[in-house]
Each structure stands twice: as structure tokens, then as C-alpha cells.
Design a protein around this ligand. Structure first.
Ligand SMILES: *Cc1c(COP(=O)(O)O)cnc(C)c1O
Length: 421
């Protein structure tokens, strides 16, 4: 397990740090995302500590949780960031990141996004194809700059995770095919407005073993040797993110264990002089958050019993999208016999479920905590069914900070225009 759960029962009531979750539901309503500042910082420190004394840096993957207050907690702790859009660049900068600690990933960067990122002075563009190199070269020429680039190579290893979140296989849209990488570096080296600075890979997400990382690393380091034989210097090796967390009974390696294994392998293979970048997302924020929801109705059925709650797939898409498991616990567990429920939302889709076959003793009005919702929770939320997006709060000891106000219907409708009469 990468991190102790920061959400504990005290006198029969689930708390976040020193605050009862029920009090947050009263104050801010539900559905509500609740994060623990301590948990965010503990996870970050685990990475930072394992990197101490090494030329290694941590670039928080913004897409896992892009709330400004969350990003700011990491920026204050000294993090760099990994972004995948111009929007995320704006967020990271607003949260206090310095541009020269931002790496720009993503398979479909627009010329406009490249321009803004070049002007801001990002550390590196993680480029995924020759057409993207061409475009970046042209944009940099326009601005009279040289764009720092790294190629995202696809090492074709199986991260042994869900097919939708594995990204390092040949069949994925991501990265430059391994066999073409050396030639692509040669092409990049010929482009006058690019400066090659590194190499990167990101093989997937929710990875619960170390071996896929080391397999990918071996392939990438072999490639680095070939590229340098061609006369191109690789300053940094970016090993991506992807470390898994415990949702149910998974046993991912500890953060420090993974970082050490990676850094040791790089050193053993004679690459210890290079800077190493990590791009963690889920493992920093996943278990630092819960989604708090209230039971609206209990609906018994002949085949299944349903607990219909006020959170839905628009708030937390992972179950509908990946059949992901999230533990669900009563905020104030009741004595008495449990019933097996499917915990579902009010959205008009059969895919709108949050948990299946959960044994819970419930009454309407009870509060539930959907665990491990800090990563790819709010950031994947939508307005489907014209549902305003949830509020987000960060708890720090006894202090509660509203990190995002609940969206109003007025805000939700503000950009729409009726046809003229
Ligand atoms: C999503 C992503 C990450 C973070 O992945 P996690 O599984 O959340 O750690 C890192 N790097 C890149 C390029 C990504 O796309």
C-alpha cells in the first residue's frame, strides 16, 4: 500500500483529519469532494525523500487532480508539473508553478498551445510524432526560439493494467514506435529550431508492479545509447507516472520503493549522470480524497437492491468508464443487518453506477464516502444531465478550506444563447 488511509473513524464517525465528514456535508452539501492536505503532502514527501541526493525531480501530473489549491500545495512543496493542454499550463502557472519546471505532454498539441508554452518557457515538450516535431519546429521558428524537446517513445511493454489505461503497447495511440525512435531522433536533430534535451515514456496507469517500469527502462536506456552514438546528447530520462494505489486489495509497491528501483537501475546501467524525471498523478492524490454523497432512496428489487445516491457518473466517471472499483463506506455505520446494494446515481444511464454488490446497512438520508476519489475524480466530471459540478474542499487538521465552490445553474447555463426571434 502506497499510503495509509487518511480517512479514519473516530467514535463511529468517519473523519478527514480532525473534521467529521458529516459536518462538511451539512455545511457544503453533497455531492462533495473532500481532500486531506496532510495526505497530499505525505505522498509528495515520499517521492521527494526517495529523490533526495539524486538528480531527480517530480512533475505532478495535473490531469489527475487539477484544482488550483491542490496544485498549489504541491508547488509550495517544490514540485514541477506535467501538463497535457494549454488549459493545464494556465492552471499550473496560476497555482504558482515556475514554467521551467513544467513538461508538456500529450498526443495532440495545437500550434496555439505550443506558442503559449514556448513563450512561457516550459522545460520540455514531450513530442509524440514527426508531424508534431515539424509543427513545433515551425512555431519555434516563428517566435525566434528553440523548443526543448524529448520524444515520448513507446517501449511496447505490458503494464498489466486495464486496457484503457495502458499506454505503452504498440496498439496504443501514444508515443513514437520503439523501432522508429532512433530515426525520429535523427530527424529532430536536423530541425533548426528544436533542442533535444531528453527522452520519455509513460507506460500506463494504476501499475501495481515494479517490473514493467524496469523492462521499459532497460529498453529506453538501450535506445539512449544508440541516440548518443548518433551524436545527440540526452540530458534527462523521464520515466512517466503510473504508479498504482490501493482501491480494494491491490498491493502496489511503496512510492519510495519504486523510485529507488528506478534510480538504482539507471545508475547500475551507467546512466546515473542523467537527470531523472517522474510524472506521478494517481499515487499523489488518489487516496487523499473521497467523494461524499447522500442516499436519496432505497429501492428494493427482485434481483437487485439499489441505493440511489446524489452523486453520479458525471461526478465520478471511473466506474462507468473503466468498471473501476471504489470502496464505499457509511460515514456513520449503523448497527444491524447489511443488505447488498448497487450504489447508483440519478443519471439516466444504466452505466451510472458507483459500486456494485456492496453490503451496507442504510437508511435514506445516510451519508456515504466513496473512497480513493482524489485522482481522476473531479477532473473527469461533466455536466451530463445538466448537473452542476460538485464543490471541493481541502481539510488541514481542523481547518476547512473551500478549494472550489459548488457550480451554480446560472454558471452552467451562462455560455448558451437562444436563437434570435
Ligand atoms: C496521465 C499521465 C501521467 C500520470 O499518470 P498516473 O497514472 O496518474 O500517475 C503521467 N505522465 C503522462 C504523460 C500522463 O499522460
Amino acid at each position: 500500500m502506497t499510503m495509509a488511509r487518511p480517512f479514519e473513524y473516530i467514535d463511529g464517525a468517519l473523519h478527514v483529519e480532525n473534521v467529521p465528514l458529516a459536518s462538511l456535508a451539512e455545511r457544503f452539501g453533497t455531492p462533495l469532494y473532500v481532500y486531506s492536505r496532510g495526505a497530499l503532502e505525505t505522498a509528495y514527501r515520499a517521492y521527494a525523500k526517495a529523490c533526495e541526493g539524486r538528480r531527480a525531480s517530480i512533475h505532478v501530473a495535473v490531469k489527475a487532480n487539477s484544482n488550483l489549491a491542490v496544485l498549489n500545495v504541491f508547488a509550495r512543496a517544490g514540485a514541477g508539473f506535467d501538463i497535457v493542454s494549454g488549459g493545464e499550463l494556465a492552471r499550473a502557472l496560476k497555482a504558482g508553478a515556475s514554467a521551467d519546471r513544467i513538461v508538456f505532454s500529450g498526443v495532440g498539441k495545437t500550434a496555439g498551445e505550443m506558442r503559449v508554452a514556448l513563450e512561457a518557457g516550459v522545460k520540455c515538450f514531450n513530442v509524440e510524432s514527426i508531424p508534431e516535431l515539424d509543427r513545433l519546429n515551425a512555431v519555434a521558428a516563428e517566435l525566434g526560439k528553440r523548443a526543448p524537446v524529448s520524444l515520448r517513445v513507446n517501449p511496447d511493454v505490458d503494464p498489466k493494467t486495464h486496457p484503457y489505461i495502458s499506454t505503452g503497447l504498440k496498439s496504443n495511440k501514444f508515443g513514437v514506435a520503439f523501432e522508429e525512435a532512433r530515426e525520429t531522433y535523427r530527424a529532430a536533430a536536423r530541425m533548426s529550431h528544436l533542442a533535444i534535451v531528453g527522452i520519455d515514456c509513460h507506460i500506463g496507469s494504476q501499475i501495481t508492479e515494479i517490473s514493467p517500469y524496469l523492462d521499459a527502462l532497460d529498453k529506453v536506456l538501450g535506445l539512449v545509447e544508440q541516440i548518443e552514438a548518433d551524436g545527440v546528447t540526452i540530458h534527462h530520462v523521464d520515466v512517466g507516472g503510473g504508479l498504482g494505489i490501493r482501491y480494494d486489495d491491490e498491493t502496489p509497491p511503496e512510492i519510495g520503493e519504486l523510485v529507488k528501483a528506478v534510480l538504482d537501475r539507471i545508475a547500475e546501467r551507467g546512466h546515473g549522470h542523467r537527470e531523472v524525471l517522474f510524472e506521478p498523478g494517481r499515487s499523489l492524490v488518489g487516496n487523499a480524497g473521497v467523494l461524499l454523497t447522500r442516499v436519496e432512496y432505497l429501492k428494493p428489487g427482485s434481483v437487485k437492491h439499489f441505493a440511489i445516491v446524489d452523486a453520479a457518473m458525471n461526478d465520478l466517471a471511473r466506474p462507468a468508464m473503466y468498471e473501476a472499483y471504489h470502496a464505499i463506506d457509511a460515514v456513520k455505520p449503523r448497527d444491524g443487518a447489511a443488505t447488498t446494494y448497487d450504489v447508483v446515481g440519478p443519471v439516466c444511464e444504466s452505466g451510472d453506477w458507483l459500486g456494485r454488490d456492496r453490503a451496507l446497512a442504510l437508511e435514506p438520508g445516510d451519508l456515504l464516502a466513496i473512497r480513493s476519489a482524489g485522482a481522476y475524480g473531479f477532473t473527469m466530471s461533466s455536466n451530463y444531465n445538466t448537473r452542476a459540478r460538485a464543490a471541493e474542499v481541502i481539510v488541514d487538521g481542523k481547518t476547512v478550506h473551500v478549494a472550489r465552490e459548488r457550480e451554480t445553474l446560472e454558471q452552467l447555463l451562462a455560455n448558451e444563447r437562444i436563437l434570435p426571434a
